[in-house]
Design a binder for this molecule. Structure first.
Ligand SMILES: Cc1cc2nc3c(=O)[nH]c(=O)nc-3n(C[C@H](O)[C@H](O)[C@H](O)COP(=O)(O)OP(=O)(O)OC[C@H]3O[C@@H](n4cnc5c(N)ncnc54)[C@H](O)[C@@H]3O)c2cc1C
Length: 318
């Protein structure tokens, strides 16, 4: 049932007509407010500062996915750089998340790589000016993009960009992708379950299988080899059972909070976010901003059928 609901939301996220309508609809703003930090970098920065005061780290994400318009791709690149500069000016850690399909990969690989290098080099250079180590986090998209995104990661690493990589537990290949990242030393991986429903054999299908694989990968990320190699594990999940298990594995392996971290989406399970902070864990919030909020927000709605009421209210009052 959850799968059908989730697939429906993904279809809604990819419909240009629905996107135009929702983003122009004031009543739908209740969904935007719940999951999105504002329309522009200034609003997002003000939320990031509030979060910092409350003890949370942030990863800023300028919204826009699967972009095929070169003018919008260029604007996305400018926004990523601008927000990295704003974080630097505010003396907050530069932590910026990026989708390959928002910076040109949905049009042409070479152009996407060139823009990624521009953004990455700016993040790298700002970081060298001092302050906390900067991070450019590559999000992971649907299965067709995985090889290209990993190739981009390698290219950015070779250019000295402080790159981190998201891997998805729903894909059977992820253990094989993770192992060399741990072995190479100094890597940083954000592990998520995966936001895509994929019926093909390369994906685990049941929630139980995905959770089992998540824990298997988490054990690798918190293993002795990872610790010896200065690997930095990030667990992007709101699943309290997994989180409890991970905290236990980390403790037994001698990891201190802060050597690993949890990352959750802004507006999702806020009570759990606070509880983890109160327990001394490092918690980062993924903070999206921008005008193109519908595809992102409706995917969040799709992750919890309980959010149906939120969507229904927006549609009825629109
Ligand atoms: C920081 C971060 C970055 C991410 N980056 C990527 C990425 O690059 N690529 C990708 O494919 N996916 C990404 N995701 C999404 C991820 O793959 C999952 O789809 C999403 O996190 C839900 O899975 P879960 O681990 O929270 O577990 P679930 O089993 O889905 O949820 C655990 C619990 O949290 C609740 N919950 C989860 N989501 C919501 C919600 N939106 N509203 C209300 N309750 C909710 C559930 O109801 C359940 O009780 C990211 C997630 C996070 C947190």
């Amino acid at each position: 049932m959850k799968r059908i609901w989730q697939s429906g939301m993904i279809a809604l996220a990819r419909s240009p007509r629905v996107t135009r309508w929702m983003q122009g609809n004031r009543a739908a703003a209740s969904i935007a407010r719940r999951f999105v930090a504002g329309a522009d970098a200034a609003q997002a920065m003000s939320v990031a500062r509030e979060l910092e005061k409350a003890g949370f780290k942030a990863s800023l994400y300028y919204l826009g996915e699967y972009v095929k318009d070169p003018a919008i791709v260029a604007e996305n690149g400018r926004q990523k750089i601008a927000v990295a500069e704003s974080l630097n000016a505010a003396q907050l850690q530069i932590h910026v998340s990026v989708d390959s399909t928002q910076i040109g990969y949905a049009i042409e690989e070479a152009a996407g790589e060139a823009l990624a290098l521009r953004i990455g080099s700016r993040v790298r250079d700002l970081g060298q000016a001092g302050g906390l180590p900067p991070v450019l986090m590559l999000n992971m998209e649907d299965a067709e993009y995985v090889d290209r995104i990993l190739a981009l990661r390698a290219r950015l690493l070779a250019a000295g960009v402080p790159i981190a990589q998201t891997l998805q537990a729903y894909l059977k290949r992820s253990a094989g992708d993770l192992a060399p990242m741990i072995a190479a030393g100094g890597g940083q991986v954000r592990l998520v379950k995966g936001a895509f429903a994929d019926p093909r054999p390369h994906a685990f299908q049941s929630p139980a299988e995905i959770d089992e694989n998540y824990l298997r990968l988490a054990r690798m990320m918190l293993g002795a080899e990872a610790r010896a190699h200065g690997f930095r594990p990030v667990f992007g999940t709101h699943d309290d059972a997994l989180i409890a298990e991970i905290r236990l594995i980390a403790k037994n392996g001698g990891w201190q909070p802060g050597q690993y971290e949890f990352e959750m989406l802004y507006g999702v399970r806020t009570e759990l976010q606070r509880q983890l902070r109160a327990a001394g864990e490092q918690v980062r919030l993924y903070l999206p901003f921008g005008r193109d909020w519908w595809p992102y927000a409706v995917r969040r709605v799709g992750e919890s059928p309980r959010n149906a009421a939120l969507l229904a209210r927006a549609l009825v009052s629109g």
